[in-house]
Design a protein around this ligand. Structure first.
Ligand SMILES: [Zn+2]
Length: 405
């Protein structure tokens, strides 16, 4: 007889010792028999026999039944998917849905194990992923880093209310030349593995930040807030410090690593989820103090090399921080509209509103000016005969770069 008996069903069995579940058969008769069978369904080995009184069920997706035996101390489990088998078991095992004391104790044990798993996950996310990012970032070839930066730049631009980064970029002949002068000063004696792409983008938030692959974005309100070219030069040098140290790349690797790990934990892994998560978290992440400090040191080195004053950078950062706090406070007082600027349509009316949004982009650089940073920048001021980084005419051209359109 090749047909299986009507009360014989396939199931998966974890005996509590082995890690992998075994494919088994179950026989639903006087009690529940868990058996190994041959291809024809003939019983070859009885693994366990459970009394229906002792069977309890566990949380599982609706089409799956997971049961255990309260008499067993180990984590023995049986997983059944066959609807007929589930139906017959529900009819036969009267206490299946109940959780009794012994079972509750086991649940606690499992909860304790889960807490252990959570702690391990936290360690991986907090310690291991940044560590891996530190090791991996220098190994990423410059062209790949550039591509990564290119792949996020338009999304970043959209967060600032522009269709593309280029669409939001200001140009004027003299302004572009003045900006190029500043950039060339730094690249004249620091090597970057790619051509730098520094631009001024229109937005009401005074800030500047660096994307992976040598792209630096200065928001035009930062120019409006500046009173001297050396202030801008200092902040630009700081951003180029982030570029030199591959900080943006490291941030992306960390964000991707985290989302990869989390989707793995949730068993919901697709490549696109990871990318989307990475970009989204990029908009909310900011650098650690140590990373900021290193970028400051790089900036100070550049400023001193060109005999440019270091204190103005601190003055601008102070104004930017004050402006940011004021905007945040104002926003809070004005009944805190929490709509994000990221997914807004891009017509001109919403632009105005978008541009008023403050640090939604706590983005790649929030530049909080701490006392330590301020001290560092004013103490570094040892040159008495400093030279301005731009002439007055160049400075005016740069400041007005967005006013030509
Ligand atoms: Zn920074």
């Amino acid at each position: 007889m090749s047909d299986k008996p009507r009360n014989l069903f396939n199931a998966r069995y974890m005996d509590g010792d082995k890690i992998r579940p075994m494919d088994v058969s179950i026989l639903i008769e006087d009690g529940l028999k868990i058996v190994e069978t041959d291809e024809l369904g003939k019983e070859i080995n009885l693994l366990a026999q459970w009394s229906y009184e002792d069977i309890r069920s566990h949380d599982a997706p609706s089409h799956i039944l997971i049961i255990s035996n309260i008499r067993n101390e180990n984590y023995e489990r049986l997983e059944i998917q066959n609807p007929e088998a589930i139906k017959q078991l529900k009819e036969n095992a009267p206490k299946m849905g109940r959780v009794e004391k012994a079972e509750a104790a086991k649940s606690h044990k499992i909860a304790a194990l889960s807490i252990g798993a959570l702690v391990s996950a936290a360690i991986i996310v907090i310690i291991a992923i940044p560590w891996v990012a530190d090791i991996a970032a220098p190994l990423v070839p410059p062209n790949i880093e550039r591509k990564l930066g290119d792949s996020v730049k338009d999304q970043i631009a959209q967060a600032f209310g522009h269709k593309t980064l280029e669409a939001g970029t200001c140009h004027s002949q003299e302004g572009d030349e003045a900006l190029a002068l500043m950039v060339n000063k730094i690249t004249s004696h620091v090597d970057f593995p790619y051509e730098l792409d520094v631009r001024v983008v229109k937005h009401k938030m005074p800030n500047a930040f660096a994307l992976p692959g040598g792209q630096v974005i200065i928001l035009n309100s930062m120019l409006d807030l500046s009173t001297h070219p050396d202030e801008v030069f200092g902040v630009l040098a700081h951003e180029l410090g982030h570029v030199k140290h591959k900080d943006g790349l490291r941030l992306i690797i960390q964000a991707a690593g985290r989302s990869f790990f989390i989707s793995m934990l949730l068993g919901d892994f697709t490549g696109s989820t990871v990318v989307v998560f990475a970009i989204q978290s990029l908009l909310h992440l900011s650098y650690s103090r140590e990373v900021e400090h290193q970028a400051d040191l790089f900036a100070i080195e550049q400023l001193k090399h060109h005999r440019i004053a270091t204190k103005p950078m601190g003055d601008l950062l102070e104004r930017m921080t004050a402006h940011m706090e004021e905007t945040m406070k104002k926003k809070f007082d004005d009944h805190g509209d929490s709509t994000t600027d990221v997914d807004k349509p891009h017509n001109d009316k919403t632009h105005e509103h978008d541009k008023n949004q403050p640090a939604k982009a706590s983005l790649l650089d929030s530049h909080p000016l701490t006392e330590n940073r301020k001290k560092l920048l004013s103490r570094a001021e040892t040159n008495t005969n400093t030279v301005p980084s731009l002439t007055q005419a160049e400075w005016i051209a740069l400041k007005n770069i967005c006013n030509d359109k």
